[in-house]
Ligand binder design. Structure first.
Ligand code: ATP
Ligand code: MG
Length: 240
């Protein structure tokens, strides 16, 4: 397990969320998926996020990852406000996502026309890292996730669990300060789920990444010292 983070009262949170809301659609068809999101995750902390199906977990994560635009509220990442009221405070959301945020989606969404290694190496290459270095870093992560033997394969040739592990490698490769993981271990057996948690904790411990893991997975629950719960679009802190 990672060492407990040592938050100082003056240090900015890795992730701070207040009064976050998201409504899909409008009029009679509108769905209030997220009604009141409150969270604070310290740098180097790994927290769990649980709740029934349809309660708003993925919606919350996508808002934090700038994949969806919230309907209202406040988000700060690394102490810097990025969303306030009803708008993003940066005009370059692509840059925010690429440089600050690693996202593991509930489905892997690998690029079908790139092999496994290049799916993982693509982001650092886009950010200007030499291709050889990016591919070597990809191979190391693929080895950590026990899927190095598939590096040359195309995604469609992989099992669901293998695809998920490649998606995890892709999210980790840039060592992002914020890591958002939506059911990362759902398709994995216990040893591989534990290996994923080891990697997330290592990232948190080594570079102070703030990690949120959405999960229903009982086998990884003991790995969290703090768990948030979403019920009907409202986030509750189950610290006690
Ligand atoms: N694109 C969308 N358009 C309309 N409604 C949506 C959309 N995405 C999600 N919803 C609705 O918002 C609510 C929250 O969905 P969300 O995907 O956040 O739940 P979840 O907690 O992640 O569930 P699960 O555990 O099944 O993944 C649900 O009622 C869902 O039907
Ligand atoms: Mg979900």
């Amino acid at each position: 397990m990672s060492a407990p983070p040592a938050p100082s009262p003056t240090a900015p949170a890795g992730i701070e969320v207040r009064g976050l809301r998201k409504t899909y659609g409008r009029g009679p068809a509108a769905v209030d998926a997220l009604r009141d999101g409150q969270m604070r995750v310290e740098p180097g902390e790994v927290v769990g996020l649980v709740g029934p199906s349809g309660s708003g977990k993925s919606t919350l994560l996508k808002c934090l990852g700038a994949v969806l635009t919230p309907s209202g509220g406040y988000i700060a990442l690394g102490g810097i406000p990025v969303f306030e009221g009803d708008h993003w405070l940066t005009s370059d959301l692509t840059r925010l996502r690429r440089e600050q945020i690693g996202f593991i989606f509930q489905s892997p969404y690998l690029l079908p026309f790139l092999n496994v290694r290049d799916n993982v190496a693509l982001l650092p290459m886009l950010l200007g890292r030499p291709n050889r270095q990016a591919r070597a870093a990809a191979d190391q992560l693929l080895a950590d996730l026990d899927v190095a033997h598939r590096a040359e394969a195309m995604p469609a040739m992989l099992s669901g669990g293998e695809q998920q592990r490649v998606a995890i490698a892709r999210a980790l490769i840039n060592r992002p300060p914020i890591l958002l993981a939506d059911e990362p271990t759902a398709p994995l057996d216990t040893p591989r789920a534990m290996a994923v948690m080891d990697l997330l904790e290592r990232l948190a411990g080594q570079i102070g990444t703030s990690v949120i893991v959405v999960t229903h997975d009982e086998k990884i629950m003991p790995r969290f010292r703090r768990i948030y719960e979403v019920r009907d679009g409202v986030v509750h802190d189950n610290r006690a």
